[in-house]
Design a protein around this ligand. Sequence first.
Ligand code: SF4
Ligand code: SF4
Length: 486
Amino acid sequence: MKIKFSFYNQLIPIEETSEYLLYNILNGGLRVLDDSTGRLLLDLSNLDSFNVEDYNEYHDVIQELLDEGFLVDFYIDEKESYQQDYLDSQLAKYRNNSHIGLTIGTTILCNMGCPYCFQTVKPNKTLRDEKVINGIVTYIGGLIQKAPVKKWAGLSIMWYGGEPLINMDVIENLTTKFTALCSQHHIPYDASMVTNGILLTRETWQFLLKHQVNSIQITIDGAKEVHDSYRPLKSANGKNYEKILENLSMMPLGISATIRINTDKRVAATLPKLLDDLKDYGIWPQRQNQVSLKLAWLRGYAGADTSNMRFLAQQEFFDIENQFSAMLVERYNKWAKSNSREMAKQKWKLPEKQNDCATYVSPYFFTFDPEGGIHKCWETIHEKEKSSGSTVFKNWDVDDFKKYLNYSRTNVHPVCYNCKFNPICEGLSCAYDTIHTLSEQNFPCTPWKTEIDRYFKEMYLRMKQNPDQVVLHKPEQRAHQTHSNK
Ligand code: SF4
Ligand code: SF4
């Protein structure tokens, strides 16, 4: 049998222990190889093909590696088969058990004026018009009837803005209408919100619970000094950073929160102080079951003034993210020890298999602007001319979204098609960014491309030295990946 070393393999020598790590980017498989097997694989990786019969003394291990996809039939075109499988699975997802995902901008107004955000560039409208509100519900009702889906898996709403809590009336109004529609068609309903947290009073938390908002994302850009300068309130008086922490400390059970920390060099320098404050307010680690923290790589919005910011290179951000996750474990364990809780382990994160942004590529994900325009990306909701051209006053028609549905990470550029990091490349998940920024000189490459060997080696050695402190973490592939991973 003629076979070859998989195109998607990464073979990482660990000189310190005379071993090799073999990782398959496409299927997520990971093996530790002894020195002689590792050297064999290194030799095989340089061959176009080889015959199993010529390596009889390695018969068993070669068979195992074949079974696990590290070695493959020579005649399989792996890139083509990955592309075909990817496109097929995307189509199957839309036909069989599909999800409706709506991002609804309740207003484009915001009580903050963050320089990196589009709201500072183009202030705009609020969703109040009853015709538009009813139009949205009628549009979704029509979609449920007309789309060729066997069973709907759910309707998920993401309340978005501006600051969505500036317009709570529409949340109340639409929640009543959507939940009635869902019970009529037996579709599970859930809602989430992206908010800056300033308006989350005790009453507002109760409002969210009542209106089935079960998860929120709040942005805090570092400790007070940096946060208040990067995310200034528009009105001169009033607390900002402290107000958000006060509000978060009142979060009721039944809601979970992700604190998103947009990180540049200045924000990174204040992360220990931010963690001190979160602890002082009883937010984290005390509520670690409800609250998670996530760094995001801070980049500016075109046209916004970001002269104050000190952006990180991608590799720098990758390192800071890893240092931050070690810092979280260390702090959590300190707290856990004095509160008789189980200790946490440092996670060795394997790369997450990526999906294209569902808002862009799914025929059942939409962003509505306050005038009823339908966008296939929430980055454009303030720009009428960049809408899909369709509106909630028409019937749903898949043909209205053809140009979006044709986006696939597998066909954006020949360089990406021929890149083994394509399945885990976060840069290609955001269709909007990829389409607008990818050029012959500029590819939105994943940091794994340059960091995988260094990171895997470091974590492997750490795990080997302290097996009770490090755990291998294979992320689940998310069913719907949308703007939240940006
Ligand atoms: S992830 Fe990209 S394509 Fe998707 S909604 Fe956000 S900006 Fe648009
Ligand atoms: S953007 Fe870079 S890392 Fe991602 S698939 Fe293309 S070439 Fe590979």
